[in-house]
Design a protein around this ligand. Sequence first.
Ligand code: C2E
Ligand code: MG
Ligand code: MG
Ligand code: MG
Length: 287
Amino acid sequence: RAKSAGGNRSELADPEADARAITRHGLTTALPTALERGEFFIEYQPLVHLGDGSVRGAEALVRWLHPQHGVLGPDRFIPLAEHTGLIVPLGRWVLEESIRQARAWRERHAGQAAGPLRINVNLSPCQLTHPGLVQDTVDILERAGVTPDALCLEVTESALIGADDDLLKPLRRLAEMGVDIALDDFGTGYSNLANLRRLPVSILKLDRSFTQGMQQFPADPVDLKIVEGIVSLAHSLDLAVTVEGVETGAQAEQLRILGCDTAQGWYYARPGPPERLHDLALVDTTG
Ligand code: C2E
Ligand code: MG
Ligand code: MG
Ligand code: MG
């Protein structure tokens, strides 16, 4: 079909050909200038308190509106951005943009939200080792005029595996300033529970694979026991537990019963444009 129609246009109309056309090389050459061309945008997904259902924050998730291939998810280009070094300026841009949103959101809901609204931003391992991380973050917060408690940085467990003190130092500095640090995708890697005490984290984000185990009601008893154990360990270390990938009310209910604090997932909202945040997070005063 593509052949008879000829040319690039028909190739793009064919999803399979399109998938083949998105080669690693093609994206790598377009990536360095994508930031200057303003092709990245951020979607926000609310974080909901399981106890009272109120919105407490949102996670910033970056997307690339590629001129030929349309919207690409982070899994398609973050690894390339890490490989090429673009992740540092891209990450800075995501931080700046998200914190600007946090400020707007907080202003709009001053005194009306259940608690101080917060934006969660993902950090890749390359950003962690970049010497400008702490100063960049301080500058961005100051420029936006928001307090550090408006920000939660998400770092994956695997990024901190075997982390020595040099790697943890910037995170400690940020945590001391009042930025929350969350351990993302917890439970997927070689979870070293003893290691948790060393890390300057205040939140565990349980990976979606645990939530998937709660799809049926009642859930697999072994899955329940594992989550129960993680939650109790986390709470005993003063860590809050967030769960990702909640897609059904049954999952939300089981995770709430298990003592998880906050949840995120399609059941509440898919990631969406920042305007959507404006309607969220108002405390329902109608009882
Ligand atoms: P993550 O931080 O674990 O983010 C959660 C992912 O789960 C997001 O995928 C989100 O869209 C998806 N998700 C949320 N709720 C549900 C649900 O109910 N069901 C299912 N099946 N999925 C759900 P997304 O947006 O494709 O992001 C993938 C990963 O890319 C993120 O995983 C994060 O590691 C990375 N990422 C995203 N934005 C950034 C960024 O600005 N910087 C860096 N370094 N990494 C980012
Ligand atoms: Mg995350
Ligand atoms: Mg995650
Ligand atoms: Mg994940």
